[in-house]
Design a protein around this ligand. Structure first.
Ligand SMILES: NC(=O)C1=CN([C@@H]2O[C@H](COP(=O)(O)OP(=O)(O)OC[C@H]3O[C@@H](n4cnc5c(N)ncnc54)[C@H](O)[C@@H]3O)[C@@H](O)[C@H]2O)C=CC1
Ligand SMILES: O=C1[C@@H](O)[C@H](O)[C@@H](O)[C@H](O)[C@H]1O
Length: 337
């Protein structure tokens, strides 16, 4: 067995370039052997930092080069399904940035393809599971010392959105993280999703109604509310307050020194997800590489991708109806139990 995973990174945009940098500088046991992007300039710019990496316009060309043992997909979510099939056909370790796919039907097709392979190959990029705050909250909840979890109050605020970030993407690209985090923290599936649209910010673009309030219920009745606000200007915030029978727990406050001087008190606001979740991304990719070298996966599965895609689909429907939409999942296949 090799002790160096040669990785092709497909999609060298904001997230792909960040993963290339971490694979090249901080991750042990892997090298970036190929950078794939339809935009040749982007591919070259990202590969320039990694002398050993070749650039390609398509994943197929990278695979044909014979230099690829595993693939990291960081193209937009609507392109993941086809790329996943292509990689599953080669039976190589796959790290797929979230979302697995944007809707339940396409996610289920991926599940079926992985089942046909007979073993798990896909790890989905829900990095919050690798964040220290989330892990600690998870331990408090599962440890039971504060009694049962009753409610979760979540805030998910981004400073602004890139061009092309649609109203559906508030759910499919942003709240998809809360869908996974809620499933992770409660150990339960989400049974319904409702979206409330109130007063909108004048900053919202591309047909977005921003902010939105997303309400969920889990199988045992835990109630969750999320403020998703993607043009919040001030900076980045992903924080949660958990109400348990015997106490309240907060995670996700800005960290760093708080200085009191000249009659003022304050610290720095987190600018973006790269800073808030930098360590979590490092842990998730290291976990993927370590597991891939053993022929396993090291994090959220295609089932997690499917279950969250079903929630996204319900959320997008709820955006237009305002009604509570039930989330119905197919039976969990043996491969994911
Ligand atoms: N886990 C997290 O916190 C985050 C995850 N993401 C996810 O990462 C993925 C990429 O997002 P961003 O980097 O923000 O997007 P981006 O738009 O910055 O980059 C996407 C790249 O894919 C390339 N591309 C498009 N079509 C392609 C094709 N057919 N073949 C090869 N390359 C192609 C584009 O030229 C671009 O360079 C998405 O799935 C997104 O949801 C994004 C931000 C944070
Ligand atoms: O995944 C991410 C982005 O795609 C999304 O657009 C942001 O809202 C999230 O905070 C970030 O983690």
């Amino acid at each position: 067995m090799t002790n160096n995973l040669r990785v092709a990174v497909v999609g060298a945009g904001r997230m792909g370039a960040d993963h290339i940098d971490r694979l090249h500088t901080r991750i042990v046991g892997a090298t970036v052997s190929a950078v794939v992007d339809i935009d040749a300039e982007r591919a070259s710019a990202a590969a320039a930092r990694v002398p050993a990496a070749q650039t390609f316009a398509t994943a197929a060309e990278a695979y044909a080069s014979g230099t690829v043992d595993a693939v990291l997909l960081a193209t937009p979510g609507f392109l993941h399904e086809e790329a996943l099939f292509e990689a599953l056909e080669r039976d190589i370790p796959i790290f797929c940035e979230k979302p697995l796919t944007p809707d339940a039907e396409s996610a289920w097709r991926v599940i079926e393809a992985e089942q046909a392979l007979g073993h798990q190959r896909i790890q989905v990029g829900f990095m919050r599971r690798f964040d220290a705050d989330y892990a600690q909250l998870g331990s408090i909840i599962s440890g039971g010392t504060l009694g049962d979890l009753l409610m979760l109050h979540c805030r998910h605020r981004n400073p602004s959105t890139p061009d092309g970030f649609t109203n559906e993407m508030l759910i499919n690209d942003s709240v998809v993280h809360e869908f996974d985090a809620v499933r992770y923290l409660t150990g339960e599936e989400i049974t319904s999703v409702q979206v409330r649209l109130g007063k909108a910010s004048r900053r919202a673009r591309n047909g977005q109604h921003d902010p939105q309030q997303v309400l969920m219920e889990t199988a045992s009745g835990v109630l969750v509310d999320v403020e998703i606000f993607v043009n919040a200007q001030f900076g980045y915030e992903v924080s949660t307050q958990a109400s348990l029978e015997e106490g309240i727990v907060d995670i996700g406050a800005d960290h760093g020194p708080v200085t009191r001087t000249a009659g003022r008190v304050g610290g720095a606001v987190t600018p973006g997800f790269e800073d808030r979740f930098g360590a979590a991304y490092d842990h998730e990719i290291q976990s993927w590489v370590d597991a891939a070298l053993r022929g396993e996966i090291g994090g959220p599965t295609a089932w997690d991708g499917y279950a969250t895609a079903a929630c996204c689909e319900a959320g997008v429907r709820a955006q237009s109806t305002g009604e509570k939409v039930t989330v119905t999942l197919k039976e969990k296949p043996e491969l994911y139990r």
